[in-house]
Design a protein around this ligand. Structure first.
Ligand SMILES: Nc1ncnc2c1ncn2[C@@H]1O[C@H](COP(=O)(O)OP(=O)(O)OP(=O)(O)O)[C@@H](O)[C@H]1O
Ligand SMILES: [Mg+2]
Length: 321
């Protein structure tokens, strides 16, 4: 049994359009329905890092909001830790970082986390220790006593992440945890997520940043227009071999290398080294033999594996209309 289970979750948002006319009120019932989620069935195992990926409007936030009890599903069911949604005993054991968090910004980082600790009923001493550890972990110790209104976007995201971990949750839901963060901040978030897994926690997050997801996810689900297009381990989803080869050579005569340009998929020069992509194995060998024979050195040769980004584009492209 999964720690997070959804069974044919469906969400249809309905908006009534109210038209007012001068002097009289006219209510127009138009059929403004958005099917944000269609029959989503997922089974997340304990201790897993699961990435829910998809383009804008795919239904990622909707999924997380339903799981958090912020929105109700139109149909279908879900269970967290084996209990139906809304179970109070579960709420205290999960953490949540919303998308684009907006917090009461007159509080300092410390006061903000202390407030959450109090909501969870943590004693003062435990709160203090936890806040210190979390601020350190998210790189905000220096800003503990500054009000949140003076925080940058990335700092708000970091303090939000700390907030989601205040109660030492067993499952952490993170909606775009890396948004607004610089590369260093993204690496820190990745490390935090990995350390959560080491502690046996389950992490369910949504992301647009595919390279980050690729580095940490045990499994990913690709959502497109509310439908789960695929779900699985990256190793299963991604083509292990694209048939392309990538190599880097050093000390090669420019004329010798340029000779091959027309037959290579890509060729660029980086500080004197040549980086090339070739679509055929035999041709790759021929080129390497040639340039090495002319005094060049082979620095690396690797078969090109499909990246999550390649896969994502393959799945989603052409389906936008
Ligand atoms: N409160 C709402 N009322 C009406 N429609 C909504 C509401 N919230 C979301 N939607 C619609 O539901 C669909 C899914 O939105 P959702 O926010 O879940 O997508 P997302 O995958 O999180 O996108 P993003 O990557 O931009 O955050 C979109 O078409 C969106 O316009
Ligand atoms: Mg979203």
């Amino acid at each position: 049994m999964g720690i997070i289970e959804t069974d044919r979750l469906t969400k249809i948002y309905v908006r009534d359009v109210i038209d007012t006319e001068f002097g009289k009120l006219r209510i127009r019932f138009t059929d403004r329905k958005t099917v944000a989620l269609k029959d989503l069935s997922l089974d997340i195992r304990q201790g897993e890092i699961f990435g829910l990926l998809g383009p804008n409007g795919a239904g990622k936030t909707t999924t997380i909001k339903i799981l958090m009890g912020i929105h109700y599903a139109t149909s279908g069911t879900a269970r967290l830790m084996g209990k139906p949604l809304g179970d109070r005993s579960v709420k205290s054991r999960i953490g949540f970082l919303p998308e684009n968090p907006y917090f009461y910004d007159y509080l300092t980082g410390w006061e903000f986390l202390d407030f959450y600790g109090q909501l969870y009923g943590m004693p003062k001493k435990a709160r203090r220790a936890k806040i210190e550890a979390l601020l350190e972990q998210v790189g905000l110790s220096h800003a503990a006593n500054r009000p949140l209104r003076g925080y940058s976007k990335g700092m708000v995201q970091r303090v939000g992440l700390a907030q989601s971990l205040m109660n030492d949750p067993e499952i952490v839901f993170l909606d775009e945890p890396q948004s607004g963060l610089d590369p260093l901040g993204r690496k820190e978030v990745r490390d935090i997520i990995l350390s959560l897994r080491d502690q046996g926690k389950t992490v369910f997050f949504s992301s647009h940043i595919l390279s980050d997801a690729e580095m940490i996810c045990d499994r990913v689900g690709i959502l497109f227009k509310g439908e789960l297009r695929s779900v699985g381990r990256l190793g299963e989803l991604l083509n292990q071999s694209t048939g392309e080869w990538e190599f880097v050579v050093r000390g090669v005569d420019e004329v010798a290398m340029e000779h091959w340009r027309g037959r290579l998929a890509r060729l660029s020069q980086v500080e004197g080294d040549y980086w090339a992509v070739c679509k055929e194995e035999a041709l790759t060998q021929e080129i390497i033999r040639d340039v090495v024979g002319k005094g060049g050195m082979l620095l690396s040769l690797t078969p090109r594996r499909e990246s999550l980004e390649d896969y994502f584009i393959r799945e989603v492209q052409g389906r936008r209309s």
